[in-house]
Design a binder for this molecule. Sequence first.
Ligand code: ZN
Ligand code: ZN
Length: 156
Amino acid sequence: MADGIDMQSSMPRDGGCQCGRVRYTAAIAVPDAYLCHCTMCRRATGGAFAAFVNVPLSALTWHAEPDWYRSSPIARRPFCAACGTPLGFAFLENATAIDLTLGSFDDPSGFVPVRNYASESVLPAWQDSSHLPTMRSDENSNVVQRWMDKVGKLPD
Ligand SMILES: [Zn+2]
Ligand SMILES: [Zn+2]
């Protein structure tokens, strides 16, 4: 634990998988998150990098146990076998903390990335997308029409 962190001020944050089978609550003391650029995390999450929040095991409650797979000789990763959502990363031995995928939190907006890990594997073209043209999803009439025809409203 870093100096100056007041555990009394930790906030419960909920998260889970896409289908809702796996749910968790994590007591978050600091809003720090990080990016892992390693090739294993890239493949495990299917993204250009993985975004994680490191949480002490004592601060995490699984409301429904996730599925786990052995992702390397030293680690295992929780996921939902029903929908495939990658939920995190944990060392096999002597684990005192777990990484939860940022995107599995119901509201990831309060977290802030504070470092790049596995920087030797960074894909430079994906580090900053802020200069790219943008489009809102509700401006995509093809997708909007599919949602309206099937559900009558856009997803939350
Ligand atoms: Zn699921
Ligand atoms: Zn990694």
